[in-house]
Design a protein around this ligand. Structure first.
Ligand code: HEM
Length: 146
């Protein structure tokens, strides 16, 4: 008798267990409606890397790299310590006495280099055209202490 009820209980538990593990019909229906709009990285801010050199298309001229070395070589023997003609071109501030930023034609420094109405500098002969052009561009670009 006891065995009968025991086996019944066992059977019942097996039945209950079998029922609870019924096939999970969970069709994992995750919302597939997520439209991942693949935004093609539209970098609209593409800086058209243009040499936005003001007032001219010339590359930026550097005072320290392009201008002063020329002055050092050709002008300072006369316009350094000696100050020939009472003129010093020893440093940026002194040089700016003869420069009108943005206006090469009005700048004594440029006029001297081209000999425009004044004795050409250096007196031994004009500097090469591309060197004079550097001075022109530097002054046109604002004669910065760059
Ligand atoms: C990069 C620009 C310049 C260079 C390379 C330069 C070069 C020279 C040189 C080498 C001399 C000596 C000449 C000699 O001893 O026989 C000289 C003299 C002189 N420079 Fe310049 N110079 C420049 C700019 C200027 C400027 C901007 C002025 C005027 C504002 C000027 C006015 C004079 C004067 C008055 C003399 C004296 C001339 C003489 O003693 O007979 N120079 N320069």
């Amino acid at each position: 008798m006891k065995i009968k009820t025991l086996s019944l209980i066992v059977l019942a538990t097996i039945l209950v267990a079998a029922c609870s593990t019924s096939p999970n019909v969970e069709t994992t229906s995750a919302p597939v409606t997520e439209q991942q709009t693949i935004t093609a990285a539209t970098d609209s801010q593409e800086n058209t890397a243009s040499n936005s050199g003001d007032s001219s298309t010339a590359a930026e001229v550097s005072f320290s790299k392009d201008i002063f070395p020329v002055i050092q070589q050709f002008a300072l023997p006369a316009h350094g310590q000696q100050q020939k003609g009472g003129i010093s071109l020893a440093n940026y501030e002194d040089i700016m006495e003869y420069v009108v930023p943005g206006d090469p034609a009005a700048s004594e420094l440029y006029k001297r280099l081209t000999g425009d109405g004044v004795p050409v500098m250096p007196p031994t002969g004009k500097l090469p055209d591309d060197t004079i052009q550097l001075f022109y561009d530097w002054i046109a670009q604002g004669a910065k202490n760059n």
